[in-house]
Design a protein around this ligand. Structure first.
Ligand SMILES: Nc1nc2c(ncn2[C@@H]2O[C@@H]3COP(=O)(O)O[C@H]4[C@@H](O)[C@H](n5cnc6c(=O)[nH]c(N)nc65)O[C@@H]4COP(=O)(O)O[C@H]3[C@H]2O)c(=O)[nH]1
Length: 609
């Protein structure tokens, strides 16, 4: 059966993956109506790189009034320039800023660790002191000796001598140490400062002699009290001068002063540091660290002047920021190079057009049931003046982004007309498939050129198929009337690379189409037992539901051909049958085969790539 009509293939951009679409790889479900590209992802596979669409491509496709005018090209170049400038600005500023932030964070971590270390030290010493004082008091209480008896005083002296932290321990009556390890001389404990919920009374300054400011703290529990030196918990060596240290009582010091302190301490810090066991914060010109005791309602506080943090930040920044600047410069240079390549490829494309560096290769399309060559797809090639051959996968996206694509399409249609001559007039059942881009859809000149091509070749509309990728169909408002007009003129339309974009089958149903082309990636998966193997089955089912004829691309093996034929696929393209070749070779081979013939060996014709 001959394929009739025209086709255009276009490159366009993604629709977002629609949530809730059926999994194409789930064979227990009915044939899905979702889009096969989503199936790649749903089946746990990555959409192949060649099928990923970039936002730039979406813009290229959906941008209004894409044309080949110089103004439009200038606008695109200006957009590339603006985007590049912005990217360069970001590249130059973000890495140094990140380096500075990292320096600040590392400096903060280092200073915070230092301050937390001091605060932990205070808590450890405070815990040890309080434990020793309470243990001594307990020992005295448990001894059962009469208060101030010789035995009791001997025990007091023993406790005093064997403890590291205690200055004295003794018997208390009415706020006076009536006898102690220091002797019988009574020592008034001074103003009672605080009585905690655990029954311990704290005396902030025990006066040893009248009028002399005493450095002693007193802990009283029951009828006994222990005296310690106030600086004991703070007796820590600090590497940096100007560090303030304090031991706070969590109940007493919340509203009152620290139990003991060295340097400047704000009362409010305790409340502002919150309830966590360890905390650090920068406030009042200090990096303040707090560590709470696990055993007593006490906490150690250490406050490092913020100038140390600043100094450490500066030192680290001197190391990190140059690296950030270098990284930023490297990134900016890479961005500039990429942009230059894009812009230079774009201008090389225009130059290539002026110098006639483009030509076409034609790949036969076969009828699977008979192996007959029923048509051929025109594939564009670019041989640059230096002999380099560039494939369409590389230059078509650039042409689409920069607006050169419409000029390329014009050249393709001119080349087809020149190549095929009167072949189509002599072989009315044969068709040529041409790829058109989304940008071409807006242009009346495309239609004029198609008509001219048919007129020059003495062909009928049924000699042409227009291929357009599913992404070109995203702009329904543009694509729908163009497709309708082509089809009403007798030109058929194929959706190309089906399954690689993001449009859904229901979306395709918005259009009147004739052919669906299964992308090579799905054909490759046939018989591999991969989830994609299931996808091809569903794509065929979808196309049949929509009553579309199917052309499978990239058929390389007999097994793939058999599989496709067995599932009702009518047409195929691929190296199993023939590679892309110059028109003269295709015509000679076609005439030699008498248009019929069964499947040719895969390598009987050289691929023009
Ligand atoms: N591995 C393998 N590959 C096979 C086999 N059979 C065919 N191919 C290759 O698969 C591509 C099929 O074309 P497409 O899907 O329309 O995909 C085309 C088409 O979308 C686009 N393109 C080509 N010419 C034009 C053009 O004139 N205009 C526009 N807008 N796009 C074009 O560039 C794409 C790539 O074209 P090509 O590089 O020529 O690559 C061609 C062809 O050489 C096979 O058995 N195995």
């Amino acid at each position: 059966m001959p394929i009739t009509g025209i086709g255009m293939a276009a490159r366009s951009g993604p629709l977002p993956c629609k949530p809730g679409q059926p999994r194409l790889c789930d064979t227990r479900r009915k044939p899905p109506t979702g889009h096969p590209a989503a199936a790649w992802q749903h089946c746990g596979m990555t959409v192949p790189a060649r099928h990923r669409r970039t936002p730039a491509t979406i813009l290229a496709v959906n941008g209004p009034g894409i044309g080949s005018s110089i103004a439009s090209q200038l606008m695109k170049q200006r957009a590339v320039f603006v985007a590049t400038s912005l990217a360069v600005l970001v590249a130059l500023t973000v890495p140094p800023w990140l380096a500075l932030r990292e320096a600040r964070q590392q400096a903060y971590r280092a200073e915070a660790d230092l301050a937390l270390g001091y605060a932990s030290d205070i808590v450890r010493r405070a815990d040890d002191t309080e434990k020793q004082a309470l243990a001594g008091i307990d020992q005295l209480a448990r001894s059962g000796h009469a208060p101030c008896s010789a035995a009791s005083q001997a025990l007091m002296r023993h406790i005093d001598l064997t403890s590291i932290y205690l200055q004295a321990i003794g018997h208390v009556r009415d706020g006076v140490l009536v006898c102690s390890s220091m002797g019988d001389e009574p020592v008034p404990l001074g103003a009672q400062v605080f009585r905690s919920s655990t029954g311990v009374t704290l005396y902030a300054s025990v006066p040893l002699r009248d009028g002399v400011k005493s450095p002693l703290l007193g802990f009283q529990k029951g009828n006994f009290a222990a005296l310690i030196h106030r600086d004991l918990p703070l007796d820590a060596w600090t590497a940096v001068p100007g560090v303030s240290l304090a031991m706070m009582h969590l109940e007493f010091s919340r509203n009152g002063p620290p139990v003991t302190h060295r340097g400047h301490i704000e009362r409010s810090w305790l409340a502002r540091l919150g309830e966590r066991r360890e905390a650090t914060i920068v406030m009042d010109g200090h990096l303040v660290a707090l560590v709470r005791s696990r055993q007593f309602p006490t906490a150690g506080i250490a406050a490092v002047p913020v100038s140390y943090l600043d100094r450490r930040t500066s030192a680290l920044a001197r190391r990190f920021v140059p690296a950030g600047v270098i990284a930023g410069l490297a990134l900016a240079a890479a961005i500039c190079m990429l942009a230059r390549r894009q812009l230079s490829l774009a201008s090389a494309l225009r130059q290539g057009l002026r110098r006639n560096e483009f030509f076409l290769a034609y790949q036969p399309i076969v009828e699977l049931a008979t192996g007959r060559w029923v048509g051929a797809e025109a594939l564009l090639r670019w041989r640059r003046s230096n002999g380099e051959l560039i494939g369409p996968d590389l230059f078509i996206p650039v042409a689409e982004r920069t607006g050169t694509i419409t000029k390329l399409t014009e050249r393709v249609l001119e080349l087809v007309a020149r190549d095929v001559g009167d072949f189509l007039a002599r072989n009315p059942a044969f068709h040529i498939a041409v790829n058109l881009s989304a940008a071409d859809l807006n242009l009346p000149v495309t239609r004029t050129l198609l008509d001219k091509l048919l007129a020059d070749a003495g062909a009928t509309p049924s000699n042409l198929i227009v291929e357009m990728t599913e992404r070109a169909l995203l702009d329904i408002a543009t694509a729908k009337p163009v497709i309708a007009s082509l089809r009403s003129g007798g030109i058929e339309v194929a959706v190309d690379d089906f399954g690689t974009g993001y449009s859904s089958l229901s979306y395709l149903e918005s259009f009147e189409l004739d052919f669906l082309k299964i992308d090579r990636a799905f054909t490759e998966a046939i018989g591999t037992r991969s989830p994609t193997d299931q996808v091809v089955h569903h794509i065929i089912a979808m196309a049949q539901t929509m009553k579309l004829r199917i052309i499978a691309e990239g058929v390389e093996t007999e097994a793939q051909a058999e599989y496709l034929l067995g599932r009702g696929v009518q047409f195929a393209q691929g190296w199993r049958f023939a590679r892309a070749m110059p028109w003269s070779e295709l015509r000679a081979a076609f005439e030699q085969r008498g248009s019929g013939s069964s499947r040719a060996p895969a390598n009987d014709l050289a691929d023009v790539r």
